[in-house]
Write a protein that binds this ligand. Sequence first.
Ligand code: UDP
Length: 238
Amino acid sequence: LDPERSRRRVLLKLSGEVFGGGSVGVDPATVRGIAEQIAAVRGQVEVCVVIGGGNFFRGAELSKAGMDRARADYMGMLGTVMNCLALQDFLEQSGQPTRVQTAITMGQVAESYIPLRAVRHMEKGRVVVFGAGAGMPYFSTDTVCAQRALEVGADMILMGKSGVDGVYTADPKADPQAERLEHLSYSDALLRNIRVMDQTAMTMCNDNDLSMRVFGMEGEGNVTRALLGEELGTLVTP
Ligand code: UDP
């Protein structure tokens, strides 16, 4: 924790798939549940959020189906913005003031990404939701997590997963012997090809001394518990 700061500051990563509740689009009941869990830590933890866009489009998949990769990636980025707006809406309904900042300028919809302003929002108790990825094709929302967390001085990344509650020695769905790891280093994950997040993102976290907790979003109150610093899932450190 930064000694200048009274509260912990975390970046929460949510997968787009969770927002879709298993299909394309946004499942309002699911997003409401997540928003309520974030709003529950109001005033106790400074929170910024990055949401994926897998419930709408993944650039790599569209590109495989014949689209130009960069254009497909822009579609992916625009999808993340819809998730951000949905989360903002339910956070505000839960009494949690929220600002969305996007890496692609769209003034009617959200603020532009301005790091110092994002920090100020968090200091004032607002949640900041970062949308449109890095604004650059060929990047992932994982990489954006690492970059944003570093730039706004987050103490750690909290990576919420669906269908799995941490990092395992093997794929727990395929291998019954798979065991959940309490702790893992980025270099181990890279060496053993464990895809906690993509390699660019892991390298960035490793090189800049940023830790991450990988936890399952399904358990009752898990998002709140992770935000409050409970030791759920797996801790990944440099
Ligand atoms: N994307 C991009 N640049 C970025 C972030 C995202 O091009 O900086 C695009 C990319 O096409 C990606 C899509 O947005 O497939 C959705 O993001 P991601 O796949 O990371 O979402 P998740 O799998 O976490 O839901």
